[in-house]
Design a protein around this ligand. Structure first.
Ligand code: FAD
Ligand code: SF4
Length: 352
């Protein structure tokens, strides 16, 4: 039995696994296919995180620093798994940098990718500059520090959030019927931020139903309405068009409460993107022979174990958004749980 662990993916889940393994004194290799650690929240410059309204550097930064400084953890950036042979406890892995290692256990934390809104042509993304994604809105806040219409650089008068883009959508087939879990809450926060900083800007949220689960209900659903005046409209968007006459967008939808179609002028439309398994998740699933959900393609745990982080392959554990939409704190927890399972699997004598 090899006494080390391979962690694949340097986002919140993989960082938490590597940090916990390093703390336990277990020799760990952390692979990240990109040139920096931190996963989607750091790479894509998320602005303020739900639920604690902290910056990604505050939440994920401490994990990155500790992993980089722990001598038990070897971080390999720009590196992927290319092959895996051998038996549980003695997996022989080949990496894209040419290195080969024998490892006792593997933690897979390869995460998700954002839904490509061009697949919903009727929403006008890529066609009209003032239709943007919530990811682009996050970058506008975090990198440019102001709200504007990309078409003319001016402050919008009316902003619409369109929920569930690429989520809960049976028109896209079985692959995208899952809920993204973060979208309603993040939109509540982003809408509140807009109203707080620009009280003259009207904000509308178009939803099917609002899913701000657990303790997120007050701060990210009621407070946006009661404290900040964000308006919620129940209706599925049929189409977004552009009117050259006034240079504004038109949001066409059926208001499902009053049951009539409506067409509303907007200056900026923000698409709330769904989460899909990352290409890395699909690739690693093939190399390691991991079970995937036949519809969504996210990784699924083994039925026998009862645990949600134990894969169908002994000695291989799965954490975070490679298993489906999940928030950062839960990704940390799953990474840490995988570290405990991996350490137990290799029979590590942990440092106390
Ligand atoms: C727009 C948006 C905003 C969000 N905002 C919040 C929020 O405010 N609060 C919150 O709690 N959650 C939020 N989330 C969810 C949050 O992004 C996820 O919970 C979190 O990123 C999951 O972490 P992860 O490590 O599982 O995956 P990821 O963040 O996707 O990280 C996976 C890492 O693995 C790497 N990787 C992939 N394949 C390979 C491979 N083959 N080899 C090596 N490395 C690989 C990737 O490059 C990446 O660095 C948001 C999601 C979206 C879409
Ligand atoms: S969290 Fe909200 S926006 Fe995301 S899919 Fe679920 S209902 Fe839609």
């Amino acid at each position: 039995m090899a006494r080390n662990v391979l962690v694949i993916g340097g986002g919140p889940a993989g960082l938490a696994a590597a940090r916990a393994l390093g703390r336990l004194g277990v020799s760990t290799i952390l692979l990240e296919k990109d040139g920096q650690l931190g996963g989607n929240p750091i790479k894509n410059h998320y602005h303020t995180l739900i639920p604690r309204k902290l910056k990604p550097s505050q939440v994920i930064g401490p994990y990155i620093r500790e992993v980089e400084q722990n001598p038990n953890v070897k971080v390999l950036l720009n590196t992927e798994l290319t092959a895996c042979e051998g038996e549980p406890g003695e997996y022989r892995v080949t990496l894209s940098n040419g290195e080969k290692h024998e490892v006792g256990a593997i933690v897979v934390a390869t995460g998700f990718e954002h839904f490509d809104p061009r697949r919903k042509g009727e929403l006008g993304y890529g066609l009209y500059p003032d239709v943007i994604t919530n990811l682009e809105l996050e970058r506008m806040f975090s990198q440019e520090g102001r709200l504007y219409r990309p078409s003319n650089g001016q402050l919008p008068k009316r902003v619409a959030f369109v929920f569930c883009v690429g989520s809960r959508d049976r028109q896209l087939g079985v692959t995208n019927v899952h809920c993204c879990r973060y979208g309603c809450a993040l939109s509540g926060l982003q809408g509140s931020e807009i109203r707080e900083h620009y009280p003259d800007v009207d904000v509308f949220c178009y939803y099917m139903d609002v899913r701000t689960y657990g303790t997120w209900e007050y701060p990210f659903y009621w407070a946006p309405q009661e404290k900040y005046g964000v308006r919620y409209v129940r209706g599925r968007i049929a189409e977004i068009t552009y009117s050259p006459a006034d240079g504004r967008l038109r949001v066409k939808h059926e208001d499902t409460i009053v049951q009539r179609p409506a067409e509303v002028p907007m200056d900026l439309v923000v698409l709330v993107l769904g989460m899909e398994p990352s290409p890395g998740t699909k690739k690693v699933a093939k190399i390691l022979g991991l079970a995937q959900d036949p519809d969504s393609q996210f990784l699924v745990p083994s039925d026998e174990s009862g645990s949600n982080i134990v894969s169908n392959k002994p000695g291989i554990f799965i954490a975070g958004a490679c298993k489906g939409p999940i928030d950062i704190e839960s990704s940390f927890s799953e990474g840490e749980a995988c570290a405990a399972e991996a350490a137990a699997f290799i029979g590590a004598k942990v440092a106390v």
